[in-house]
Design a protein around this ligand. Structure first.
Ligand SMILES: NC(=O)c1ccc[n+]([C@@H]2O[C@H](COP(=O)([O-])OP(=O)(O)OC[C@H]3O[C@@H](n4cnc5c(N)ncnc54)[C@H](OP(=O)(O)O)[C@@H]3O)[C@@H](O)[C@H]2O)c1
Length: 262
């Protein structure tokens, strides 16, 4: 299947590592022109080289996306460099957990500032450019915590549920312009961040983090946690031309671990 991604002008937030890096490479290997963004320029430079190696055209903008100015800078620099924006992958997220009973509100501000305000702000900023061409794709990376809150993960749960609501509302607002807005909700995925988060449990149990990740995977119907490339492949499809009849949907990629419906 030809995904029709050749030359498509793309922004991937949080594109310097983990799931975002894999999304950038999946799109680039189909010939997309990809601007990756994150705070660390050094990591971005390495991903830009990888994008060019796999057949895409790489570009990067180093910004902190928690501010409106950061979001504006990414979009204006990409439009100047590529001449427009066709695809936005909202992926940057770094929420910290904590016990809900003594959680500092700054943790919630941080989570929402990056993982839902930047998703909405960037969408608002790219939509006029997508409307110019009558075509666009916005793919949000949220997570299962939006519908499976625990007392220890409320910042990321709030951010994720906000994204699920935004996905539906934004889709209704722009689907008539040929712009499709959808969300992926990964379960535990094998990135450095997942390892860092699980390291505390591993230390507490006196275990190796690899063993903890393996045990968590064994509890899933899939029998393992996800690899970031698996998430990226579905993101690339949702960003593609043949994905023409998926509107405002949230797709769970959790190895079958989610209970309840939807
Ligand atoms: N891995 C999982 O198990 C899992 C499960 C469910 C959902 N998710 C979601 O998937 C997404 C990616 O997760 P991941 O595991 O790939 O995370 P990751 O490896 O920690 O990558 C996060 C990316 O976001 C960037 N970033 C962080 N804070 C930023 C800020 N203030 N401004 C701009 N960029 C920022 C990071 O680069 P810099 O630090 O250089 O800025 C990095 O590129 C997140 O939204 C996460 O919540 C992950």
């Amino acid at each position: 299947m030809d995904l029709g991604l050749k030359g498509k002008r793309t922004i991937v937030t949080g594109g310097s590592r983990g799931i975002g890096r894999c999304c950038a490479l999946a799109l680039a290997s189909e010939g997309a022109r990809v601007c990756v963004t994150a705070r660390s320029q050094e990591l971005l430079d390495a991903v830009v080289s990888e994008i060019n190696e796999v057949g895409g055209e790489g570009y990067s903008v180093a910004v902190d996306l928690t501010s409106l100015e950061g979001c504006q800078k990414v979009v204006s620099a990409t439009v100047e460099h590529f001449g427009g924006v066709d695809i936005l992958v909202n992926n940057a997220g770094a929420a910290r957990g904590g016990d809900i009973l003594d959680l500092p509100t700054e943790l919630i501000d941080d989570a929402l500032g990056l993982k839902s305000y930047s998703y909405l702000r960037l969408s608002q900023l790219v939509i006029p450019h997508m409307r110019e061409n009558g075509w666009g794709r916005i793919v949000n990376v949220a997570g299962g915590a939006g519908t499976s809150p625990t007392s220890g993960n409320i910042p990321v749960s709030l951010a994720n549920i906000a994204i699920l609501n935004m996905t539906r509302a934004l889709s209704d607002a722009v689907s008539g312009d040929g712009i499709l807005v959808n969300t992926i909700c990964p379960g535990l995925t094998n990135t450095q961040r997942a390892r860092d988060v699980q390291q505390a449990s591993a230390d507490e149990a006196g275990k190796n983090v690899e063993d903890v990740l393996r045990e968590l995977g064994n509890e899933l119907p899939a029998g393992r946690i996800a690899e970031p490339e698996e998430i990226a492949n579905v993101v690339a499809f949702l960003a593609s031309e043949p994905c023409s009849y998926v509107f405002g949907s949230s797709i769970y990629m959790d190895g079958g671990g989610r209970r309840g419906t939807p």
